[in-house]
Ligand binder design. Structure first.
Ligand code: UD1
Ligand code: UDP
Length: 374
């Protein structure tokens, strides 16, 4: 009897946001007989990655366990590459999938290239045009685009960015897998895993805040924290919930500026089910995160972006996101305007979803099958 060889697909990720957006793809691959799926995590993040793996019930085939406290970019890159070289030597896939723009993404793509294994880039084509912002992510994704054979672009704009760089082959517009992820997590009736979140009074206007980006380290981070402190003090009827990233720098800053304010809840990073349902309970989102710029609009919440630029202009064009920059007074002014001006708030609080229909994973898998069955 003729047996058809399966296409061996190795998904590589290492941080929380990559895991959130690769998990639905890994789960979806189980439904395809043509695919043999393997998962290799670098564990560039440890606890924050494990939270996502547990939530989606994913057990990696390989775990490089590379995280160190306050790790440098070079160390992450070199440890990930050495570990991946060994994995590929004993368990060689037909194609490696990497996601987005982290150091794991770049190291994964380069290690695969050295082993002459094809690379598929999930969430390809996002650009700001400034190699130092976001740092180092803009360069990571530029370099991965040079290496990849398949480019899974979430939006038409992302595909155009690739074409503008002379990439003509292997582009597939798929939507963003973050919407696939939200289909698993967001519920109408939800009780939080994090007990603290069940005891918060959501009749108060709630600002969900996150901040962690490397390009904001230094003065911008002072500004962000000082702005949050002032918003909380000026508006005692409003509360801020800030799940604080495990980066030692971020924890020091959040603790320094925000720990003694009654209506600021500094909490540990929460699981992805809690996070998506917390967005649903919030009035607005104040963030420098990439993923939250996609999730908040999809869940009908205004998102104020504390960065100088964004690679996600779709939500801004749709009117649910605004780019604030990192000036303290501007962050305060725009946030307070939205807290008090109902007309402006209503204009922004609409569920728009420029990021797809929740079937991105299926499209990615079907494109892979079409390529390798040929
Ligand atoms: C990384 C990504 C960034 C992404 C972010 C998501 C790069 C260059 N940057 O940045 O694009 O937005 O992840 O969160 O890849 N830590 C822990 N436990 C954890 C996770 C982190 O203790 O579970 C601490 C460690 O001390 C670590 C530090 O956080 O050294 C920073 O982590 P790192 O992966 O270097 O960078 P991020 O700032 O998280
Ligand atoms: N997130 C989470 N728990 C938290 C904070 C964030 O699950 O305590 C999720 C968030 O919903 C989004 C992703 O993590 O899906 C974004 O990760 P992060 O902000 O760390 O990285 P970025 O998107 O900026 O790369």
């Amino acid at each position: 009897m003729k047996t058809t060889k399966k296409i061996k697909v190795c998904s590589i990720f290492g941080t929380r946001p990559e895991a959130i957006k690769m998990a639905p793809l890994v789960l979806e691959m189980k439904n395809y007989d043509q695919i043999e799926s393997m998962v290799c995590v670098t564990a560039q993040h440890r606890e924050m990655l494990d939270q996502v793996l547990d939530a989606f019930g994913i057990t990696p085939d390989y775990d490089l366990d590379i995280m160190e406290k306050s790790q440098t970019l070079s160390k992450i890159t070199s440890k990930a590459m050495l570990g991946l070289e060994e994995v590929f030597a004993k368990d060689r896939p037909d194609i490696v999938l990497v996601h987005g723009d982290t150091t794991t993404t770049f190291a994964g793509a380069l290690a695969a290239f050295y082993a002459k294994i094809d690379v598929g880039h999930v969430e390809a084509g996002l650009r700001t045009g400034d190699i130092y912002s976001p740092f180092p992510e803009e360069m990571n994704r530029l370099l991965v685009s040079k290496i990849a054979a398949m480019h899974f672009a979430p939006t038409v704009k992302n595909a155009q960015n690739l074409e503008n760089e002379g990439i003509v082959k292997g582009i597939h517009i798929t939507g963003n897998t973050v919407i696939d992820s939200i289909k698993y997590t967001a519920k109408d009736d939800y009780s939080f895993e994090c007990e603290e979140l069940n005891h918060i009074d959501y009749t108060k206007k709630t600002i969900l805040m996150t901040a962690h980006r490397r390009e904001n380290y230094g003065q911008p981070f002072d500004n962000i924290c000082q702005a949050a402190a002032e918003i909380a003090k000026n508006n005692p009827d409003v509360q801020i919930i800030y799940p604080v990233h495990l980066s030692p720098y971020v924890r020091e800053m959040a603790g320094k500026y925000l720990s003694d304010i009654e209506n600021v809840h500094l909490i540990e990073p929460v699981g992805v089910f809690d996070m998506h349902n917390l967005i649903k309970r919030s009035y607005l989102v104040l963030t420098d995160s990439g993923g939250l710029q996609e999730e908040a609009p999809s869940l009908g919440k205004p998102v104020l972006v504390m960065r100088q630029e964004t690679e996600r202009p779709e939500a801004i064009a749709a009117g649910t996101a605004r780019l604030l920059g990192v000036d303290k007074q501007n962050i305060i002014d725009v946030t307070e305007m939205l807290l008090h001006n109902e007309e402006e708030y209503t204009k922004m609080a609409k569920a728009v979803n420029p990021y797809g229909d929740g079937n991105a994973s299926k499209r990615i898998i079907e494109a892979i099958i079409a390529r390798y069955e040929e």
